[in-house]
Design a protein around this ligand. Structure first.
Ligand code: ASP
Length: 329
């Protein structure tokens, strides 16, 4: 009996259309519908009973908090159905790592959820989308994928939603897990796992979003030489409840910005230090930073720390509790 897999389409390059087969940039993402996508890969019908649903059809760089919430809520509705054995989400690669981590924390099911995309539009010579989606469905029907958390399948590799990151603007091997590695691969047509995430996810995660209609505003402030406090003040004035400081090195804070961040903490904004380096852990750091109430993101990159902070702020503004959540997940 073939498993029943729902393809939830959101757009991206996997549904992208260019003017010619050699045009690999400057094309329109989210141009083809889920029906077009499924019709273009008939081999999917040999792997599972497939049905498609179009949630939206956009470039993933424009995903909003509201859409992210709707996607998580729709996933939970689908996964609660007995006639759905797993969900494959087609998604742009630009923000796939964010959606994967958010779903990893908010999906309430151990049925497989797999995100997949493409680096080359559907019209391209050597388009990577068709094989990626075949591999994603293979991963979704694999019994071993249950309970692994939300997964990303790209370029023959399987990544955990917490770990995965887009690391290159154009290369098909762009997805990596810079603090670890892939959980598994699809080679010779077989799905093979070698590692498993030890951080809680899906059924073991405590975040409930079924009735949530908006996420708290959390902004990212990116460190650089010559920085001043203007963007911190602007974020606070715009109503940020949290700030992630994408610090240099191990979450270092520019001297001209520190006082603004300390004032933000005093006014009730939760400030979390992360790193702009792309990998590695940020720890508690200077005693002075701890006294000023700055939290730290462990090894989550700024965009992932932002999402976890949004979920944390739905349940607490107590700094020690938020820090505990940042370390647990
Ligand atoms: N360039 C993007 C992609 O690879 C477009 C997007 O993220 O939607 O899918």
């Amino acid at each position: 009996m073939m498993k029943k897999i729902k393809i939830l389409a959101t757009g991206g390059t996997i549904a992208g259309k260019a003017a010619s087969s050699t045009q690999l940039t400057g094309y329109t993402a989210g141009a083809y519908s889920v029906d077009d996508l499924l019709a273009s890969v008939p081999a999917l019908g040999e792997l599972a009973q497939i049905s498609g649903e179009q949630l939206c059809n956009i470039d993933s760089s424009s995903i909003t908090d509201a859409l992210l919430l709707r996607l998580a809520q729709r996933c939970n509705e689908l996964l609660a159905q007995e006639d759905v054995d797993g969900v494959v989400i087609t998604h742009g690669t630009d923000t796939m790592e964010e959606t994967a981590f958010f779903l990893n924390l908010t999906v309430k099911s151990d049925k497989p959820v797999v995100l997949v995309g493409a680096m080359r539009p559907a019209t391209a010579v050597s388009a990577d989308g068709p094989l990626n989606i075949i591999n994603a469905v293979k991963t979704a029907v694999c019994a071993e994928s249950a309970g692994q958390g939300v997964l990303v399948v790209m370029n023959d590799e399987i990544y955990g939603g917490r770990d995965v990151m887009k690391t290159n603007t154009a290369n098909v091997a762009t997805f990596k897990a810079p603090n670890g590695g892939a959980l598994g691969c699809i080679v010779g047509g077989e799905v093979r796992y070698y590692y498993r995430s030890v951080r809680p996810h899906t059924l073991a995660a405590e975040f409930a979003i079924s009735k949530v209609t908006a996420l708290p505003r959390v902004d990212i402030i990116y460190a650089h030489i010559g920085q001043d406090r203007v963007l911190v003040d602007a974020a606070c004035a715009a109503g940020a409840r949290g700030l992630v400081y994408a610090g240099s090195g191990m979450g270092s804070i520019h001297g001209a910005v520190e006082a603004a961040l300390a004032e933000a903490v005093q006014s009730g904004v939760v400030v979390v230090r992360s790193s702009r380096t792309g990998s590695g852990r940020v720890s508690a750091g200077l005693a002075r930073w701890q006294e000023q109430g700055f939290l730290y993101a462990d090894n989550l990159n700024p965009q992932k720390a932002r999402l976890l902070l949004q979920l944390a702020l739905l349940q607490t503004h107590e700094r020690s509790e938020v820090q505990e959540l940042l370390l647990r997940y």
